[in-house]
Ligand binder design. Structure first.
Ligand code: ADP
Ligand code: ADP
Length: 226
């Protein structure tokens, strides 16, 4: 269960750049929210503020009715998947997936169980001993997802997770992400440039421009617009 409330969220970077302006949105439990908009419009910044990786300059962010502005990233029930996967090159797949659990002091046998289960769901059980450099792009992408789902987060943030994959894999992974969403029941916020991903995955699509929300529509509503 996770609803999010973003009230008048602003981000002004230390150099004075106003990257996100009065972002207002209520997100319901289990929604699949898509962020679209031109490069530099503030999508990643918004995601990073939700994850706690970037300070919120002003405004209020709530997860399940609790204000989390000052809550550390690791204490937010959130996992994030990045476009470049951000895997640790010196760790094998198991340790990459286990990392977030280790820093939260999850017991060893529990970690083993959770990692094995996530690896099974993503069909990467046979890759657990490998280092990232011994993996294909699609396999790395699965590991990055695996690292996020082992924690069974209430909120899943994905920043163009498929954009480095070839067209065929993108279609396959899109279907898997949709299945994962149903299976995990998490609330997802997903940044993409791909219109098919936006229209097929999203419950609502947020269009941003210059740090400002232009519109929020369901795929159906967008489809019907001229
Ligand atoms: P998007 O994800 O939509 O491409 P970003 O959220 O990454 O956009 O960036 C929004 C704007 O903020 C861009 O103009 C970017 O150059 C700027 N920006 C991002 N990070 C910083 C930073 N650390 N300092 C100053 N400006 C930044
Ligand atoms: P290091 O990464 O420290 O050089 P490794 O033993 O992890 O040492 O990697 C040596 C090479 O073997 C790497 O280039 C990698 O591509 C390959 N490799 C590592 N683990 C596996 C594995 N489980 N299956 C296949 N190839 C692997």
């Amino acid at each position: 269960m996770a609803s999010l409330s973003l009230k008048n969220i602003n981000k002004v970077y230390p150099n004075g750049y106003h990257a996100v302006k009065d972002f207002n949105m209520e997100i319901e439990d289990k929604e699949f929210i898509i962020f679209v908009g031109p490069s530099g419009c503030g999508k990643s910044t918004t995601l990073r503020m939700i994850a706690g990786l970037e300070d919120i300059s002003s405004g209020e962010l709530k997860i399940d009715d609790k204000v989390v502005n000052d809550v550390e990233p690791k204490d937010r029930d959130i996992a994030m998947v990045f476009q470049n996967y951000a895997l640790y090159p010196h760790m094998n797949v198991f340790d990459n997936m286990a990392f977030g659990l280790k820093i939260r002091k999850v017991p060893k046998d529990e970690i083993k169980k959770l990692v094995t289960e996530a690896a099974r769901i993503l069909d990467i059980e046979h890759l657990l001993d490998r280092k990232p450099k011994a993996l294909s792009g699609g396999q790395r992408q699965r590991v990055a997802m695996g690292r996020a789902i082992v924690r069974n987060p209430k909120v899943f943030l994905m920043d163009e997770p498929l954009s480095n994959l070839d067209a065929k894999l993108r279609v396959q992974m899109r279907i898997e992400i949709s299945k994962l969403h149903q299976r995990l029941g998490s609330t997802i916020i997903y940044v993409t440039h791909d219109q098919t991903e936006a229209m097929t995955l999203g419950s609502r699509i947020v269009v941003m421009k210059d740090g400002i929300i232009q519109q929020i529509d369901s795929p159906q509503e967008l489809h019907e617009k001229p």
